[in-house]
Design a protein around this ligand. Structure first.
Ligand code: PLP
Length: 639
């Protein structure tokens, strides 16, 4: 059975839910102020469109139960069931004798006289489902008594209210909430009662399906509708009323009172790119977003629901994801997380932790045991190379990252001994900005061989292998992107050589997902020749956009000419020669690019492309105390 909560008081909407192929529409009279007349029409609409009308009734109102059943509802969903007596009261109101004491009357449920009363009574007692929602801590204490109440047909989880009742409001993935929902499911399984889950992220579906749960409520129509409306309007350029382009943002800023200095991020383009990246991935592979590349909440929110979840490397990033994508699956790593950060990760229900040392395992185990849970762990290993040439190498040489292969036996022993951790596999992130699909695939083949050898040597089995990020962006040739489709075709073949018990191969990409969605625009404040070389100085620089100096490269840019210039002032320019674009800091390291330009004048705007990843996020914002750039996030709802 698949169901949907329907809270909008609209018969037409119920009809659409039926047309969309749902089995059950749960008409919400607990949270929604729906009038009796409208509710009756909604029930009719459900009948017409072939979806079963169940009603979530207000708490403790047997009279309401009777009226909605007489109106034609075929299921009663009872919120906040706390004890057996709560269910008994509803069964009494919902079933005729001998199973209950439902009052009998004529009306539409007997076809206004066309159905014999005796036939109706027998049919109704069979047809009406009584569903109890478990959303209070008290209910857990008497869960066996509740689920065995005669006349109860199904139990529906209520993780959101349950989280509040358990003292961790709205943390539906908190281990205590998960354990409570599991407890409810286990009681149902023990007593042969149907259990209905409310999966919140894709991983939840797999988890429930693996346990044989096939009854699910797939959310509520209002949020689904808003998402669908938003994605429709955002996928067709030119139709979105409020959508601006980078060019418009820059043009607006040129007209403003202060020199232009801004980042503009196109969230719609980001979503389209991420969807295409995810769609090309072979089965078994999941794409997580490495939040460090751009940790703005709006970026995280835009990717929520497209990527499989988020990789965080600090307590701060964990909080960002908690706020921006509270139901998303989270992988938590970081070179050296503290006890407090790990405790926060455990409390937030992190899906897997990537651990980089034996001491790190002890810290995590302590955090998990203190919370009464077990943390799933991938051991991050700093493999011996050789690795493909890339801009930054995290492994294959002496760095602070991961566990040295020689220390792996100690880590494997620790993970086996410690009570709060369970080994789920291995994590291998070795480099950043690889531009070549073929060498990336070769590296993944190297990973496969290493993990297979460890399984053999240590007698362990990996369920998940995380191959990190590192897919590159060629800043010197932005029109030749990393050939992701070709990479995915090769990956598909490579996966056939991976053992089937590696159920998941995770990627956690940062740069490749977000780099191209952003630009950094900075107005030229002055142009001069020093020792024979042209220099253009902009409002902004390294303290906003450190990537070019960090990588010692000339960042690609284009010039947006600005016509306005104050009368009577000289307007210096450079034309037809190479210019160094410099920032406003007092250091020669504050250079962003060096390239020939046709013409660049004071007052023009230099727009640096592909500035969405590791731009603002890696920069030292307050050096020299210049103002921060404006940061504009272009989304359909952006004003
Ligand atoms: C552990 C880990 N995973 C993923 C990433 C993301 O890498 P990239 O942005 O190159 O995809 C990084 C970046 O440093 C990282 O350290």
């Amino acid at each position: 059975m698949n169901g949907l909560f329907v809270a909008t008081p609209s018969p037409a909407l119920v009809e659409m839910v039926g047309a969309a192929g749902y089995d059950v529409a749960i008409l919400d009279a607990e949270h929604a102020l729906v009038s009796p007349d409208t509710l009756q029409e909604m029930i009719r609409a459900a009948e017409v469109s072939g979806v079963a009308p169940w009603v979530r009734v207000p708490e403790h109102d047997p009279g309401f139960v009777l009226r909605v059943l007489d109106a034609g509802a075929t299921g009663i969903v009872v919120p906040h069931v706390r004890c057996r007596a709560d269910v008994e009261a509803v069964v009494r109101a919902a079933r005729y004798a001998p199973e209950g004491l439902r009052s009998l009357n004529s009306g539409r449920m007997v076809g206004h006289g066309r159905t014999e009363l005796a036939t109706h009574v027998a049919q109704a007692n069979r047809r009406v489902s009584v569903v109890a929602m478990i959303e209070d801590a008290e209910a857990l204490e008497v869960i066996d008594e509740i689920v065995t109440t005669p006349g109860l047909d199904m139990v529906l989880e209520g993780a959101a209210d349950l989280s509040q009742s358990l003292g961790v409001p709205w943390q539906t993935r908190h281990p205590h909430v998960r354990a409570a929902v599991d407890q409810v499911h286990a009681a149902c399984a023990r007593h042969g009662v149907r259990f209905c889950a409310i999966p919140r992220v894709p991983a939840d579906h797999a988890r429930w399906q693996a346990r044989g749960v096939t009854d699910v409520v797939l959310g509520e129509e209002r949020s689904l509708a808003v998402r669908a409306f938003r994605s429709r309007v955002s996928e067709i350029p030119g139709y979105c009323r409020e959508f601006r382009s980078h060019a418009q943002v820059i043009a607006d800023a040129v007209d403003g009172p202060e020199p232009v200095c801004l980042f503009s991020y196109d969230l719609r383009a980001l979503q389209e790119h991420a969807k295409a990246v995810v769609a090309a991935l072979p089965d078994r592979c999941r794409m997580f977003y490495a939040v460090k590349a751009n940790s703005d909440e709006r970026v995280v929110a835009a990717l929520d629901g497209i990527v499989a979840g988020f990789e965080v490397a600090s307590g701060g990033e964990l909080r960002v994801v908690g706020d921006a994508a509270p139901d998303a699956s989270v992988l938590m790593g970081g070179p050296v997380p503290t006890d407090t950060e790990l405790a926060a990760g455990v409390a937030a229900g992190v899906t897997r932790f990537h651990v980089e040392s034996a001491l790190g395992l002890h810290r995590l185990s302590d955090a998990a045991t203190a919370a009464g849970t077990t943390a799933e762990v991938l051991l991050r290993v700093n493999l011996a190379g050789p690795f493909p040439a890339a801009t930054i190498a995290m492994a294959g040489r002496p760095t602070q990252f991961g566990i040295d292969e020689s220390a792996l036996p100690e880590a494997i022993a620790a993970v086996a001994d410690l009570p709060g951790v369970r080994l789920a596999g291995f994590h291998l992130h070795s480099l950043s900005n690889n531009l070549d699909p073929a060498t990336h695939l070769t590296m993944l083949g190297h990973y496969r061989d290493a993990v297979l050898a460890w399984e053999e040597r240590f007698g362990v089995r990996a369920e998940v292998v995380n191959v990190g990020g590192g897919i590159g962006v060629d800043y010197a040739a932005l029109d030749t992107p990393f050939d992701w489709p070709a990479f995915c075709r090769g990956l598909h073949d490579l996966l056939s050589t991976f053992p089937t018990h590696w159920r998941e191969v995770d990627f956690e990409c940062g740069r490749f997902l977000v780099a191209r969605c952003g630009v950094y625009a900075a107005e030229v404040l002055d142009v001069k020749h020093i020792h024979g070389q042209a220099h253009a100085l902009v409002r902004g620089g390294n303290h906003h956009f450190r990537l070019p100096s960090s990588w010692a490269h000339s960042h690609p840019f284009h010039v947006v000419p600005a016509d306005a210039w104050p009368a009577g002032r000289p307007r210096p320019e450079v034309a037809g020669e190479e210019v160094t674009i410099c920032g406003e800091l007092c250091t020669p390291k504050d250079t962003l690019a060096r390239a020939p330009v046709e013409r660049l004048r004071a007052g023009d705007v230099v727009v640096f492309e592909a500035a969405g990843a590791y731009g603002w996020d890696i920069s030292h914002h307050d050096f020299l105390r210049h103002p921060h750039p404006e940061r504009v996030f272009l989304a359909p709802e952006d004003g």
